[in-house]
Write a protein that binds this ligand. Structure first.
Ligand code: FMN
Length: 269
């Protein structure tokens, strides 16, 4: 606690020549400066009592008011968390049962050298197959034909992280949407996944790059519904573990489900 010593203040403002109540350290070049010194809480109370009792009441009121506000805040946060916990459907669309299920085709495109991204691609494909009415075609980026793109209702892209970005062959494939294939991709559902060797090596950036490319082409990217606060896609660490593979499966399922909803919506118009 820091308090202004009363005597020193008076000496500085009222009687510059009188230094009797002032410590030597207060006097600088003949000028008496106010002395700041530490005071215990008990001294503070005495100081407050000497000047006025009101500041003490004020401090107490502020503390009480802050405590009430804090309690109210904690209660509302707990209520919201409890709601999110019991009702995780806040993130979800209509239940799978309510969906009209037209046939949809999902294209999974990946690039891989040591097999991690390929494993993820296969799990995405597994997820698609779990959706009745959905079929899947899985291809390496260098092997995709124009018809594969034309026939797809949805496309999921996966790339390893190379120097903080997507691998070159995946970028070339994306550039070819315009340079070579010239297929209209707008309103196709999209999804993305990536793998990387480092926790902060850029695998999430790769995910976002893939999503931005899809959005640029007018596609509608979606993420899997596996976490309370949502995921824009799936990015996995090398070597990919079971959790990442489950998330990849959830991504495939989600993409197929949303593609069906869009299909059902457009055919009923
Ligand atoms: C040329 C090259 C560059 C890489 N750069 C990164 C990087 O910047 N950040 C990272 O997290 N991992 C990096 N890695 C590791 C790979 O992203 C990781 O091992 C990935 O899972 C490999 O995918 P694959 O098994 O499907 O080929 C790099 C690997 C190679 C071969």
């Amino acid at each position: 606690m820091v308090a202004l010593k009363k005597g020193a203040k008076l000496a500085a403002t009222e009687s510059p020549g009188d230094t009797s109540d002032v410590k030597p350290s207060n006097v600088k070049g003949g000028i008496v400066l106010p002395q700041l010194e530490d005071e215990s809480p008990r001294d503070m109370i005495r100081t407050s009592e000497r000047s006025s009792i009101m500041p003490l009441y004020f401090v107490r009121s502020v503390h009480t008011f802050t405590a009430i506000l804090l309690t109210a805040f904690i209660s509302s946060v707990s209520a919201i968390s409890a709601q999110a916990g019991t009702d995780s459907a806040w993130q979800q669309g209509p239940s799978d049962e309510s969906v009209n299920r037209p046939e949809v085709s999902v294209l999974v495109v990946y690039y891989s050298v040591t097999g991690n991204t390929e494993k993820m691609a296969k799990s995405v494909a597994e997820g698609v197959k779990q959706v009745p009415g959905a079929t899947v075609l899985i291809k390496r980026a260098e092997e995709v034909a124009t018809d594969d793109l034309t026939n797809a209702d949805a496309m999921v892209l996966g790339s390893p992280t190379y120097f903080g970005d997507m691998a070159g062959p995946m970028k070339s494939f994306i550039d070819d949407w315009y340079l070579k294939h010239k297929v209209r991709l707008s309103d196709k559902v999209g999804g993305a996944f990536s793998t990387g060797g480092g926790g902060t090596g850029g695998k999430e950036h790769v995910l976002h790059s893939l999503i931005i490319a899809m959005m640029n082409a007018g596609m509608i990217p979606v993420g899997p519904l596996v976490e309370e606060f949502g995921m824009p896609g799936v990015s996995a660490l090398d070597p990919v573990n079971d959790t990442a593979l489950e998330e990849a499966q959830a991504l495939g399922k989600r993409v197929a489900n949303v593609a069906q909803r869009l299909r059902a919506g457009s055919s009923s118009n």
